[in-house]
Design a protein around this ligand. Structure first.
Ligand SMILES: *[C@@H]1O[C@H](CO)[C@@H](O)[C@H](O)[C@H]1NC(C)=O
Ligand SMILES: *[C@@H]1O[C@H](CO)[C@@H](O)[C@H](O)[C@H]1NC(C)=O
Ligand SMILES: *[C@@H]1O[C@H](CO)[C@@H](O)[C@H](O)[C@H]1NC(C)=O
Length: 197
């Protein structure tokens, strides 16, 4: 077989057995924009459809991730990859490839996921504070996303919203207890807490 790299120079080739190969001239992933990025939410079930005219003879059409082929069809002009996204897919690439044995064409897409918040808080765990001191508690979503909503609760009661930082000024013994920071976005929510005493 001739090297596949030649497919950029020519679009038809005659095999030694007289079979004529014609290059596929289109491959497209439906519903993606020009930047080849697909935006999904963590945990969402997605369908990625790839279409090609296949060329001659009709080749195979496949989806591959960065390490292996995950779905392959033969002689069909479209292939739909269905998967449930998880955080490991974030920023990863998937490639659709049409291959008729001589010519190959491919199209790559990158996944960008809105991830469920993973929340950390500083200080964390159990923290001893002295009366009359001030304390700053910082809450952070490790994968911060633009729509993050912060909610602070103290012993089950909402204290403040929309702020990643909680200030406790001149602490008294009534301030001891559990402080929880919850971060929510369209993918879900996460929380972290600190116990002051
Ligand atoms: C590719 O898919 C296989 C099987 O579905 C999976 O085991 C592997 O981790 C994936 N590789 C990447 C880089 O996502
Ligand atoms: C695709 O199907 C055709 C017809 O059944 C077969 O001759 C060919 O070997 C298949 N190709 C691959 C790559 O499976
Ligand atoms: C609390 O007060 C004690 C005694 O003044 C001091 O040693 C300690 O460092 C203070 N703790 C904090 C968290 O500031």
């Amino acid at each position: 077989m001739l090297p596949k790299a030649m497919s950029v120079l020519i679009n038809a080739a005659l095999s030694s057995t007289g079979l004529l190969w014609i290059a596929p001239n289109s491959i497209l992933v439906t519903g993606i924009r020009n930047d080849n990025i697909v935006h999904f939410v963590e945990g969402q079930i997605v369908h990625l459809e790839c279409k090609s005219d296949l060329g001659t003879p009709k080749g195979t059409l496949r989806w591959e991730n960065e390490t292996k082929t995950v779905l392959l069809v033969n002689s069909s002009d479209n292939v739909i990859l269905t998967l449930k996204t998880n955080r490991l897919h974030h920023l990863k690439y998937f490639r659709c490839v049409v291959d008729n044995g001589f010519f190959e064409l491919s199209r790559e897409v990158q996944f960008k996921l809105l991830l469920v918040p993973r929340v950390t808080i500083q200080p964390s765990g159990n923290k001893e504070v002295n009366e009359s001191e001030d304390l700053r508690i910082l809450c952070k979503n490790d994968n911060d996303s633009p729509g993050d909503i912060f909610t602070w609760t103290f012993e089950g009661r909402i204290l403040i919203e929309q702020q990643p930082i909680l200030w406790l000024l001149s602490i008294t013994k009534h301030d001891s207890g559990q402080y929880i920071c919850k971060v929510s976005n369209d993918a879900g929510d996460g929380r972290a807490s600190v116990n002051l005493w």
